[in-house]
Design a protein around this ligand. Structure first.
Ligand code: SF4
Length: 376
């Protein structure tokens, strides 16, 4: 039996909320676009006002707080052509679609869904030409928007073009479709055929899935992951740490263990970016680090590989330690290659939510027995 998933873009179509909530939702949706579908809304427990799935997709008034930046990690500074970003030498990012299966309220790229934005482009010819001309690029991430909302034919064309470039070894697809609409994967044989033909040791396709909460791992969602894996794709999960959604040790443990067993282990757990509208979802770094650390203690080695990192304008900065006085970070990837692997030390700040909030240490404050180490 085929499943017709109905997409909705009007707040009036949300059945689970009353008229006063609808008015507020409408107000928020005028600023930050709303989109969902009946499959995903069906996962919400409407009797619980704090339901985590509800928080992921239903507009909430706190989004209107004046807070955050449109482009919090300065993607504009690494945009090298229409729909293409190049931040790390070996990796290019193609913004090849401007819609998603639903819109996460905490989205870091919500500018794409705002009126007049044309950063994402279905026409990837400029991006492909750039990648062809840059032999240092070995890894291309398709993103947006969600690439799995494109037709199988279009996806096949883009992946085929990329795989015809000798220096491109890996194609990654960033997608929340396995969570938002797994039937898109389970019922599209043409898409399944693309994975079967295009993912092999000669050129591997990685699916960078995006599950935020174990309740999204429904039976069809799990089936969609298992199917893509059986067709040759490698699977990894990445998601932000989100207040009121997954800021709970038990939730993280359950999700990571399930994902490891499915064959889609957690890769990054991101500090959510301080993007406009995101204030209600933010957690201080100290709290986030504590949660991730506690969750790690409860899972096997395979489930504790996830890095807790900020996608900062200067690179991927991993939180590696916190003590009573200091916070320790490390560039996992740096925009400036000279920073790769560099350790950063800051004064402990229990309220800080982003790298820019932290104050670097003054070596005079470091106990003498450590100062030699810090000064090298
Ligand atoms: S799936 Fe990603 S790009 Fe799409 S709305 Fe959610 S966070 Fe934004």
């Amino acid at each position: 039996m085929s499943h017709r998933v109905r997409y909705i873009t009007k707040v009036e179509q949300i059945r689970g909320i009353d008229s006063s909530e609808r008015d507020v939702c409408n107000l928020v949706a005028q600023k930050y676009a709303f989109r969902a579908n009946d499959y995903y809304l069906g996962l919400i427990d409407w009797s619980d006002p704090d339901d985590p799935i509800r928080r992921i997709v239903i507009p909430q008034p706190e989004e209107l707080h004046e807070w955050g930046e449109v482009d919090a990690s300065r993607e504009s500074a690494v945009t090298v052509g229409h729909g293409i970003q190049h931040k790390y030498a070996d990796t290019a990012l193609l913004l090849c679609n401007e819609i998603c299966g639903a819109y996460c309220r905490y989205c870091f790229r919500k500018r794409l869904f705002m009126n007049g934005n044309d950063e994402a482009s279905k026409d990837v010819s400029e991006g492909l030409a750039y990648i062809r001309a840059h032999p240092e690029i070995t890894d291309v991430l398709l993103s947006g928007g969600d690439p799995l909302l494109m037709s199988a034919r279009r996806l096949d064309e883009i992946i085929g073009e990329l795989q015809s470039i000798p220096h491109v070894k890996t194609v990654r697809i960033g997608t929340k479709i396995p969570a938002f609409n797994p039937y898109r994967i389970l019922e599209d044989e043409a898409f399944q055929d693309v994975l079967r033909r295009r993912s092999s040791w000669r050129g591997r396709i990685y699916i960078m899935a995006h599950f935020d909460h174990p309740r999204e791992l429904t039976e069809p969602a799990i089936e969609s992951l298992v199917l893509m894996q059986s067709l040759g794709a490698q699977m990894l999960n990445q998601c932000p740490l989100l207040r009121g959604i997954n800021d709970d040790v038990d939730v993280l443990v359950e999700m990571w263990e399930m994902l490891t067993n499915i064959g889609c282990p957690q890769y990054y757990i991101f500090q959510n970016r301080p993007t406009i509208g995101n204030e209600p979802f933010m957690l201080p770094l100290v709290r986030g680090f504590g949660l991730v650390n506690e969750a790690r203690k409860c899972v096997s080695g395979l489930s504790r590989r996830a890095r807790y990192a900020m996608s900062h304008a200067s690179g991927k900065v991993e939180m590696v330690g916190i003590d009573d006085s200091f916070m320790y970070c490390r560039y996992h990837r740096a925009k400036d290659p000279r920073d790769d692997g560099r350790v950063l030390t800051f004064y402990r700040d229990d309220e800080a939510i982003w790298l820019n909030d932290l104050q670097p240490i003054d070596l005079a404050d470091v106990p003498q027995e450590f100062s030699a180490r810090y000064s090298t």
